[in-house]
Design a protein around this ligand. Sequence first.
Ligand SMILES: NC(=O)c1ccc[n+]([C@@H]2O[C@H](COP(=O)([O-])OP(=O)(O)OC[C@H]3O[C@@H](n4cnc5c(N)ncnc54)[C@H](OP(=O)(O)O)[C@@H]3O)[C@@H](O)[C@H]2O)c1
Length: 166
Amino acid sequence: MKIIIIASVSNNGIIGYKNKLPWHIPEDLQHFKSTTMGHAILMGRFTFESIGKPLPGRINYIISKKLINTDSKTQDFIVMNNFEDIVYDAFKKGCKKLFIIGGGQVYSNAINLADQMIITLINREYSGDVYFPKFNENEWEIKMKKVFEGYDIINYIRSSQKKVVF
Ligand SMILES: NC(=O)c1ccc[n+]([C@@H]2O[C@H](COP(=O)([O-])OP(=O)(O)OC[C@H]3O[C@@H](n4cnc5c(N)ncnc54)[C@H](OP(=O)(O)O)[C@@H]3O)[C@@H](O)[C@H]2O)c1
């Protein structure tokens, strides 16, 4: 199973403001939807609260130490309080890809688990209160870069053996 970070980041590193996305780029939302559809997604509690509902067509994992663990048979999302259990559960379910979809705390805490990062780099500065974590460019190789009007989509593959293996 591949663990893949997917994020949209402004060119000053911002990803969020007041628990929302600071921008509205329909083409990027469509890219997010088509990339993640049919797979498992993992998000932090704040991101889940910001979206307001589980995203259809995907197995939704919410990571939280505070949310009450729900019965996954009657809910269309699964709450767990650590990454290891989520990765194991997705693996057991036969998922081929687990997308880490944010937000800032989750990206920071999970970057060492990821095999790949799909980053939409928005060619503008934004004000905000949540940043994408700084990462060592030497540990990542750019496999693909697609240029669009106002943003680029960059696909990074891990080039070093720094990934954490459970
Ligand atoms: N630009 C993008 O691509 C993008 C994508 C997603 C989100 N966002 C933005 O990011 C912002 C939200 O990010 P955020 O950093 O404030 O919050 P977050 O990462 O969405 O959620 C943080 C919460 O997740 C739980 N959590 C995180 N790591 C954990 C761990 N190791 N073990 C257990 N629980 C853990 C904790 O929940 P408990 O407190 O319940 O324990 C923590 O308070 C919003 O503005 C949102 O719009 C942007």
